[in-house]
Design a binder for this molecule. Structure first.
Ligand SMILES: [Ca+2]
Ligand SMILES: [Ca+2]
Length: 84
């Protein structure tokens, strides 16, 4: 099966001053293809946080379920060589 998504390992690093700043790592991007091959489910696996603050250190956010939705439909296109 061809790859259905591109993933990038990326960490969000922020200080106590930036706590209210959203961290948007965009860890996964769907890959478009041509075959009518159906939707594909996969997961973005998160890792445990590393922090000097013992309250946050080791917290592991839930993995994220993702679906690459197929936008293709199999079929045949028929057209005339000449109008009329
Ligand atoms: Ca497609
Ligand atoms: Ca497809």
């Amino acid at each position: 099966m061809p790859r259905k998504a591109r993933s990038v390992r990326r960490a969000c690093t922020f200080t106590s001053v930036e706590l209210n700043t959203a961290c948007r790592p965009s860890p996964s991007t769907g890959v478009d293809d041509a075959p009518d091959d159906g939707d594909v489910a996969y997961s973005i696996v998160t890792a445990a946080a590393t922090s000097a603050d013992v309250i946050y250190n080791g917290i592991n956010a839930a993995d994220v379920a993702v679906t690459n939705i197929d936008n293709d439909a199999a079929g045949i296109t028929v057209s005339a060589d000449r109008p009329g």
